[in-house]
Write a protein that binds this ligand. Sequence first.
Ligand code: ATP
Length: 140
Amino acid sequence: MATIKLEIVSPDKIVYTADINMLIVRSTVGELGILPHHAPMVTGLVPHAMRMKIGDTESLIAVAGGFMEVQPDKITVLASAAELPVEIDVLRAQKAYERAKQRLEALKDGKKTDPPIDSIRAEIALKRALARLQASGHSF
Ligand code: ATP
């Protein structure tokens, strides 16, 4: 089976590198499946759990957002943060999820807060938390 090199880099480290068969990502223009020999491209990534296939095994990696560059023989993910399932602190992600959810509910209920709630920031924080929970096997 043909392979393509995957390198996931965060600001402080190389999170993951391996030869894989397929990567499925949620980009800013929708879901994309990247196979070996894919045409070159660059796209933005939204917070989600990327799906990676090696042989018959599928694994998840949480990505908080960033960019992906694809070359026919290599995929580079430049992530603002990314974690393998074993690296995810589930309790921390659950707390982040609850915090973001409460902020969004307060906004929906028209509650006035000081400082005011930034809805876009809360929505993205919710998506980051969900990506971590999903990657660690704790789907909501
Ligand atoms: P929190 O509100 O819990 O800090 P966050 O979504 O704001 O979450 P980020 O800004 O995306 O956090 O990430 C900051 C750093 O913390 C990154 O290095 C990221 O890998 C790490 N990180 C965040 N949440 C978790 C988690 N649940 N488990 C492990 N590492 C995490």
